[in-house]
Design a protein around this ligand. Structure first.
Ligand SMILES: [Zn+2]
Ligand SMILES: [Zn+2]
Length: 254
């Protein structure tokens, strides 16, 4: 099989030909149909995460089909469509796991593309506990980015306490923000897109934003307050100054 991997921290990618791997106990082999490219893949490329063993193939936005089951895997079948995201396995018994917070596992958190080879390959071995079923109506290309970028925006919104009709702003209309706006609109919030300039305005409205705030043309905090103040601001632009500029737009209890 083909694997696009990094041979050392800060090293170049190489495409290697490797044997198709066999799944061990508790794991499955997935035939990769699509893998999103996430900024966090650079963690593997640049060697930022401690203890990465090289060579290593990045990729934690995987969508594919189960091809083979390891010993002891229950509840999954060969031929089933599945995805794997940043959470690629957990211990099951640490304090975090006992709270059901597997992604903060303290003992054996596994991340595809960091702890083991990820989705930049024809095949991937992943623990069965890391799999998510993909519904038939969703293509692999559509499903793959949801495994990281989608979860990253969907989870904060659904746990935010915002209710239908509330003003929910999404700061930044990029890989995360374009998903955040769609979730916010479909969850029934008054979705407000915030970005620099007018370039992103048509896209934001197509994605479901009811309002668009151009931070170059107006004070985003003041504009949010005109809408009643935001219950939630989902900040997807990794800029402290951009986040600071919108904080004043939060409403009471926002
Ligand atoms: Zn990611
Ligand atoms: Zn754990």
């Amino acid at each position: 099989m083909r694997v696009a991997r990094v041979t050392r921290a800060k090293g170049p990618f190489e495409v290697a030909e490797l044997p198709v791997p066999e799944p061990g106990p508790g794991s499955v082999r997935i035939k990769v149909e699509a893998c999103g490219i996430c900024h966090s893949d650079s963690i593997t490329k640049e060697g930022i995460w401690p203890g990465i063993q090289y060579p290593r193939a990045p990729g934690h936005e995987v969508a594919g089909v189960i091809e083979a089951l390891g010993a002891g895997v229950a509840g999954w079948n060969a031929g089933q469509r599945v995805g794997v995201g940043w959470h690629g396995g957990h211990c099951g018994y640490c304090d975090s796991c006992r709270r059901g917070d597997f992604v903060t596992c303290q003992v054996a958190l596994q991340i595809p593309g960091i702890s083991y080879d990820g989705g930049y390959a024809d095949y991937l071995i992943a623990p069965a506990g890391a799999l998510a079923a993909i519904p038939d109506g969703l293509s692999a290309v559509e499903a793959a980015p949801l495994m990281c970028a989608g979860v990253t925006t969907f989870n904060p919104l659904r746990h935010s306490g915002a209710r239908p009709g509330d003003v929910v702003a999404v700061l930044g209309i990029g890989g995360l923000g374009h998903l955040g706006i769609q979730f916010a609109a479909k969850m029934g919030y008054r979705a407000v897109a915030i970005a620099r300039g007018q370039d992103k305005a048509p896209l934001a409205r197509t994605l479901g934003a009811q309002h668009y705030i151009d931070t170059e043309a107006s004070d985003p905090a003041a504009e949010l307050l005109k809408l009643g103040g935001a219950r939630v601001i989902l900040a997807t632009a990794t800029s402290a100054s951009a986040m600071t500029a919108v904080l004043g737009g939060l409403g009471v209890d926002g």
